[in-house]
Design a protein around this ligand. Structure first.
Ligand code: UDX
Length: 447
């Protein structure tokens, strides 16, 4: 009989994973502790902007016209415990307030609620990004709490999806990594992932600590790559070099690769910044902090990018102060094709300028609602054109396709001054310059 799957936590990761499991043919039950979220999902809508996710959900949510009916949602732990052969724990692990360490309270709470309801054989699979050593600890807790005893087992299966590509990354992952302690657990997970593995996704089997570390190591490497190119951007700026050409040229070396070498205002979001910090904190606890001191530098290069953009903007409006100056900010999300504004470089820059007396107006294609909630005192405009109206300087801080397609001549007609700072090196300098703009990018020659 086909496996029955539950997904605990229906944020970015959980909602996508649940829909993907239904797409792979399994009966799926999603659980969240927030009833409003469950109601929304059960009606075929997702509480975030993620291309393709709503369509996939609608294809499977029970009760919707034409759906397979394979996907249902609940707030009941009892139901989840009775239903599932495999339970994926997908709750989030944010940064602790005022600390580098990871907040495990949602993961711990999920295990405390689920384990006592596991009365029959089941595999619990952790997907959340956790400090190394958590799986071993949670396996112990599971053994203590589950009525099924040894028939309730743990595996760790980190998730590598990117926002904006969540559906694709889940259905066609670059690799599937599983940390297991028995053949039975490996066999069950091979069954779950038979389709992507059959289509060529590598299946890497390892132990708990390695599986946990693969995720934090991968994100640390990506963050390091971005900070490396941003450090090169700093040097390029000092030496009048062009970091975009430099990245292209070093990227031709296959050992380096072209991806993740886009210099600009740096990385943000709900993963890279908090993951490298939690990794440093955990290494410290393990007595291995020296191994990761370089991540402190990666973090500070990254944060320096935001400050640097504020300085470039100050220079652009005359040098001394933002008082009485109008600043248009194009972009609010931490990256395009997402409505996520968590630790967004764009909003951080906007907020700094606002605090220094600038009159900031933000426009973003999808992130306005979340941005307004987080930064209610900033100004917001319904279109890019409206944001730019009367501005002394325009900051391009999230590289949405919509911004690439803007007509610089049309914007120039309404701007106070034609000065644009491209914080993502993504606009076409010649188009903007031809329309009479002073175009400045990060780590590129000014002229
Ligand atoms: C990341 C990892 O890529 C993913 O594998 C993991 O599961 C979760 O964390 P995500 O946070 O969705 O995914 O975004 P990602 O595409 O990695 O971008 C992160 C940040 O880096 C964004 O702010 C982006 O603008 C920035 N970035 C990315 C750069 O500044 N330059 C680059 O070259 C690439």
């Amino acid at each position: 009989m086909a496996l029955k799957i539950t997904v605990i936590g229906t944020g970015y990761l959980g909602a996508t994973h649940a829909a993907a499991m239904a797409e792979l043919g399994f009966e799926v039950l999603g659980l969240d502790v927030v009833p409003e979220k469950i109601e929304l999902l059960a009606s075929g809508r997702v509480p975030m902007y993620e291309p393709g996710l709503e369509e996939l959900l609608r294809k499977h949510v029970a009760g919707l016209e034409g759906s397979t009916g394979r996907l249902r949602f609940t707030t009941s732990w009892e139901e989840v415990g009775e239903f599932g052969d495999v339970h994926f724990v997908c709750v989030n692990t944010p940064q602790k307030h005022g600390e580098y360490a990871c907040d495990m309270s949602f993961v711990d709470a999920a295990f405390e609620s689920l384990a006592p309801r596991l009365k029959r054989p089941a595999l619990v699979v952790g997907k959340s990004t956790v400090p190394v050593g958590s799986a071993a600890r949670l396996a112990g807790r599971l053994a203590e709490l589950a009525p099924a005893g040894a028939d309730a087992e743990l595996a760790w299966n980190p998730e590598f999806l990117r926002e904006g590509f969540a559906v694709r990354d889940t259905l066609h992952p670059d690799r599937i990594v599983v940390g297991v302690e028995s053949e039975r657990a490996e066999k069950l997970l091979r069954e779950v992932y038979a389709t992507p593995v059959g289509e060529g996704s590598p299946f890497v089997v390892t132990d708990f600590p390695t599986a946990e570390l693969v995720k934090t190591a991968a994100n640390s490497f990506l963050a390091t790559k971005i900070s490396f190119i941003n450090a090169m951007a700093e040097v390029c700026e000092a030496a009048d070099g062009d970091v975009v050409k430099l990245a292209e040229a070093i990227g031709h070396d296959e050992r380096i690769g072209k991806k993740f070498l886009r210099a600009g205002v740096g990385f943000g979001g709900g993963c890279l910044p908090k993951d490298i910090r939690a990794f440093m904190a955990r290494a410290g606890e393990l007595g291995a902090d020296q191994a990761l001191t370089f991540l402190r530098e990666v973090d500070s290069i990254n944060m320096r990018r935001r400050g640097h953009m504020v300085e470039l903007a100050r220079e652009a409006v005359g040098g001394d102060s933002f008082l009485g100056k109008r600043v248009a900010v194009l972009g609010a999300t931490f990256k395009p094709d997402s409505d996520d504004v968590r630790d967004s470089p764009a909003l951080n820059v906007a907020g700094q300028i606002h605090l220094q007396g600038g009159q900031v107006t933000v426009y973003d294609p999808k992130g306005m609602e979340n941005a307004r909630r987080l930064f209610p005192t900033l100004g917001y405009a319904p279109t890019a054109l409206d944001a730019v109206r009367g501005a002394d300087v325009v900051l391009h801080l999230t590289e949405w396709q919509e911004f690439r397609e803007l007509d610089p001549a049309e914007l120039g007609a309404v701007a106070g001054r034609r000065v644009v700072l491209d914080g993502r090196n993504a606009l076409d300098p010649s188009r903007w310059r031809e329309a009479g703009w002073t175009y400045r990018a990060m780590g590129r020659p000014q002229a």
